[in-house]
Design a protein around this ligand. Structure first.
Ligand code: SF4
Length: 508
């Protein structure tokens, strides 16, 4: 199917900066995007995902969050529009995490970008993909350069052959973390589904729904967690509802049709806006550990007008089991922890209740009302809570507290190991475990205590290898590496000269 090329005001400035992406000037990209008519989306992002104390945590390309949400949904096609290097990285990461689904890509070059042909190519691709036998929805994600140049996904048809079309801008210079990029897509889908539900009858869920009022759960969780939450809710006459981001379009309707929303992960600001517009109340924190579960059951019960006797029945059924599980599997040792999943404060609570001497918890996510109770609880126990934590802050915590175990992202774990401190990856080894209710209590102890127990191995390795292969001496050498500070000074001089030259050219 071919479509006439319509002129759009693409902004060639987006292509001016070096490297066309993460490495080019963020401010220039932002200015280009604004000049190209993207101010509305960018202003909303700035409001939803506040930055500070610094600009942006160092984490993976934010667009991965949206891509992952799209790829995990049944009957959903996900298409990227961006530079080939970005798309390569994003598809690589998707398949590394087991996407088992094709990632669509509409390539471009400078000409197709500035003439507006890229938009036409995207529109053609969407028309070609829109097969209602295969798809409920097609998601198109504008990465940095197409966003900065103003590729107007908002004027794509909203629906083709009954297939919904969702176009979103997810630039690294507008959405701070991949966690929040999940919210960008989840929020856009909820908005679409809410509009559909308001207009008339919508598809029923695939599986029969509970006839009890349901609690929608916000945040990607370990698969057992929604089941455990369902058990916790049962004595109060409630049931666990859909988990957002959903795995299928029709679950969006059941997610909206709930008694209340539990913001298990606290950063889903756009999604929360949709739930609030639909008249739903939001409850923060989560049923983690003894105190967390008690407070959460009370808050949910009260919000849903459950009698205190039933709330107490739920507490009496589960709290003793949680206490026993925590006591049976204590964690011993000093720990610092950081991550970018959004569950960091919840994991921190569990650790403290398990007896860990936790000193620092850093999260790449922003401070929102939905983690406020967790922050207060942790700070009352002497834990330093750092929102929008930078790598430097996480590293400083490791240096300051000299923990027995540093839990964090890849560079933190690497730095800790260089210091002979055992390290664990937050994403793969800590957040991918049950956290809720009795199943969560004690689930972390085995892996954490085993890691702490490895300290002597690190000392032995350090004693054996000394500083071989450290810093400039890393890599494979035929002889003994020789430091060349004069080369370094020369390179620095050249770089400074180049930077000055560029600055001068910009001013011409
Ligand atoms: S899309 Fe992602 S990888 Fe590409 S330039 Fe933007 S932030 Fe970097």
């Amino acid at each position: 199917m071919s479509h006439p090329i319509i002129p759009i005001v693409a902004n060639p400035d987006a292509l001016k900066s070096d490297g066309h992406g993460c490495h080019s000037g963020k401010d220039e990209m932002l200015a280009a995007a604004r000049a190209a008519g993207k101010s509305e989306a960018l202003d909303q992002y700035a409001k939803d995902y506040p930055k500070g104390p610094h600009d942006q945590p160092q984490s993976m390309c934010p667009a991965f969050g949206s891509l992952r949400v799209g790829l995990r949904m049944r009957r959903t096609a996900t298409i990227l529009s961006g530079s080939a290097c970005c798309v390569y990285g994003l598809t690589f990461t998707s398949h590394f995490y087991g996407a088992r689904r094709s990632v669509g890509y509409v390539p471009f070059n400078s000409e197709s970008l500035v003439t507006g042909k890229l938009f036409e190519d995207i529109r053609d691709a969407v028309h070609k993909e829109a097969n209602p036998d295969l798809y409920d929805a097609i998601v198109i994600i504008n990465l940095c350069v197409p966003t900065a140049s103003g590729v107007p996904l908002q004027i794509l048809p909203k629906e083709i052959n009954g297939v919904r079309v969702i176009g979103i801008d997810v630039p690294g210079f507008g959405v701070p973390t991949h966690a929040e990029a999940k919210d960008v897509l989840a929020g856009a889908m909820l908005k679409y589904a809410r509009t559909e539900a308001m207009a008339g009858p919508v598809a029923a869920p695939r599986e029969k729904r509970s006839d009890k009022p349901t609690i929608t759960l916000l945040g990607e969780m370990f698969p057992a967690d929604p089941v455990v939450i369902g058990m916790l809710l049962e004595p109060m006459g409630l049931a666990a509802g859909s988990v957002v981001p959903t795995r299928e379009w029709r679950e969006l309707y059941t997610a909206l049709d709930c008694a209340a929303v539990a913001a298990i992960h606290p950063f889903y600001t756009a999604s929360i806006r949709e739930f609030e517009t639909a008249g739903r109340s939001i409850i923060g924190s989560a049923p983690v550990g003894y105190d967390g579960t008690e407070n959460w059951l009370q808050a949910i019960g009260q919000q849903c007008n459950v009698g205190q006797d039933k709330i107490d029945a739920a507490k009496n059924r589960f709290l003793p089991a949680i206490k026993a599980a925590l006591a049976a599997k204590p964690i011993k040792g000093r720990i610092t922890m950081s991550g970018y999943e959004g569950s960091e404060l919840l994991v921190a609570r569990l650790m403290i209740e398990s007896g860990a001497d936790l000193r620092y918890v850093g999260t790449a996510c922003p401070h929102t009302p939905y983690s406020e109770l967790d922050r207060q609880w942790l700070e009352a126990r002497g834990v330093h809570v750092q929102y929008r934590a930078s790598l430097e802050q996480d590293l400083a915590a490791v240096h300051e507290f000299k923990p027995d175990l540093a839990i964090g992202t890849t560079p933190i774990v690497q730095a800790a190991k260089e210091l002979s401190i055992p390290g664990l990856y937050f994403t793969n080894l800590v957040s991918a475990r049950p956290l809720m209710g009795p199943a969560g209590a004690g689930s972390l102890a085995t892996v954490i205590n085993a890691a702490i127990g490895n300290k002597s191995r690190f000392d032995e390795m350090k004693a054996f290898f000394g500083n071989a292969g450290e810093g400039d001496r890393a890599g494979v050498w035929e002889g003994v590496p020789v430091g060349r500070p004069e080369f370094r000074a020369e390179t620095r001089r050249k770089m400074e000269k180049l930077a000055k030259k560029r600055k001068a050219e910009e001013m011409i």
